[in-house]
Write a protein that binds this ligand. Structure first.
Ligand code: LLP
Length: 451
């Protein structure tokens, strides 16, 4: 986070609070969230896209993708910084509403929304429901008609653009569950995307707001967004020729990548916004259509860098690897540093092979750095927090370890594996800390178990 610095004793200070004090007050593991950093990134994304599109004459809405991390305070921060909130379930919707975000500033996503979720969204007057299948179009239309309202919808399309860090988070190729393809099938005829758009136009209880495309996540090259934008704009022009309806909005989804390791670069919102705005303006010019209003849905890029997970070191075990390990021929020693959390608070290394960095943060150390691996306390060997990192050789039980860039998809994907209790989310800033979501207790776990 932008406010992190080292104090005189070598200890990390985050949001003006020392990590030792944070650990003493809140315990570990804990998700620390730098409020200033979150707000700065939210504003940076909004202004970068607003400025770039104002220069070509189009308006922009930035939705914070709540799946990355949503708490009542986080939703409020995003909204106070001028962002809307994108939700992907009834639970996320409820949190955003609890935060006081007006329904009109909310979107609802999902490939398998329940009737209850759709009804809650319509009752809250959400600004848009992003529909993901032909059957969902009928369901939303029926629910809206029964309520006597007109539901604003966007149709999620797949553009065939391959982008993103890992197959599981790449979403625009055809052989996966999201969206409706812009490509016609082998027998020709309308593409699923066109068929869906036409169907929305036929239902009087639906208002076709626009077309939505999300190509993937942790994307570090703007070219995919540009290519997807062109494809979506061609689809929009095609629909206008067919029906006379030029949809007013185009959403290009989220996916903006961040740095996880020292030396890596976070995607620059100004650069990518400029590239996308230029491509949109150029494509609309060529197609002879007016510019749409653009929306985007960044999650990771706003909350990821703002989060640090704080752990306490427990068992430290040197392991002599004589069988060459992974790809190494010579024997070597790796220091296995166990912490008081693991794959239940951060599943990303196990699920995507994600790489993180770790730092000793409670004190300074002059000890020679050694090759280390930070592991959790769960009962499987894939329970790795940081694969490969140099840590001071004198690291020992009781030390505090920080893993940066864990604000996105850490707490939001946390589990109770091995009946561990999920860590709290603690906001730091202006020399103070505040619990946003409290730590679970064993009593919480027992309360759910009816025996
Ligand atoms: N909009 C839609 C429709 C999405 O599906 C997603 C992410 C986003 C926006 C936000 O993407 P972001 O800006 O955060 O990249 N759990 C995975 C990431 C899954 C992303 C799913 N959809 C991970 O930990 O890497």
């Amino acid at each position: 986070p932008s406010s992190a610095r080292r104090g005189d004793d070598g200890a990390l200070v985050l949001g003006g609070v020392g990590v030792a004090a944070l650990a003493a007050e809140h315990g570990t593991p804990a998700y620390l969230l730098d409020e200033r950093d979150f707000r700065d990134r939210a504003r940076a994304y909004r202004t970068a896209f607003e400025d770039a599109f104002a220069a070509v004459g189009a308006g922009v809405d930035v939705y914070y993708a709540g799946k990355a991390l949503l708490t009542v305070a986080v939703a409020r921060w995003a909204h106070e910084e001028g962002l809307r909130v994108d939700t992907a379930s009834g639970g996320e919707l409820a949190i955003a509403l609890r935060a006081g975000v007006p329904g009109a500033d909310l979107g609802l996503h999902g490939n398998n929304k329940s009737d209850a979720e759709l009804a809650a969204a319509l009752d809250a007057g959400v600004g848009r429901v992003i529909v993901d299948s032909l059957t969902e179009i009928e369901r939303v239309a029926d629910l809206a008609a029964a309520r006597g309202v007109v539901a604003p919808v966007m149709v999620r399309v797949t553009t065939g653009v391959h982008a993103g860090g890992h197959e599981y988070i790449s979403t625009a190729h055809e052989d996966q569950k999201f969206g409706l393809s812009v490509n016609a099938g082998p027998d020709g005829g309308d593409s699923p995307a066109v068929a869906a758009l036409l169907r929305v136009l036929e239902r009087p209880s639906l208002r076709l707001l626009g077309v939505h495309s999300h190509i993937g996540s942790q994307i570090l090259d703007g070219a995919g967004f540009v290519e997807a934008a062109r494809t979506v704009l061609r689809l929009r022009a095609h629909l206008a020729l067919r029906t006379g309806v030029l949809v007013e909005e185009v959403d290009l989804g989220g996916g903006y990548g961040i740095a996880y390791l020292p030396g890596e670069e976070t995607l620059d919102p100004r650069a990518v916004a400029g590239d996308i705005a230029a491509a949109v303006a150029h494509a609309c010019d060529e197609l002879g259509t007016g510019l749409p209003r653009i929306s985007i849905e960044p999650g990771r890029a706003i909350v990821g860098p703002a989060g640090v997970t704080l752990y306490t070191v427990g068992t430290v075990k040197p392991v002599v690897v004589t069988d060459g390990g992974q790809g190494d021929d010579a024997a070597f020693t790796r220091l296995y540093v166990s912490v008081d959390g693991g794959m239940s608070d951060n599943i990303r290394p196990a699920l995507y092979g994600a790489r993180y960095h770790a730092e000793l943060v409670g004190r300074a150390s002059d000890a020679e750095p050694v090759r280390a691996r930070v592991v959790g306390k769960h009962c499987e060997s894939g329970d790795i927090v940081v694969h490969d990192v140099e840590l001071p050789g004198d690291i020992r039980a009781g030390d505090l370890l920080a893993v940066p860039a864990t604000g996105a998809y850490g707490r939001s994907m946390a589990s109770n594996y091995n009946q561990l209790t999920r860590p709290p989310v603690v906001a730091v800033g202006d020399g103070a800390s505040r619990v946003l979501v409290r730590r679970e207790t064993v009593e919480d776990l027992l309360a759910l178990d009816l025996g």
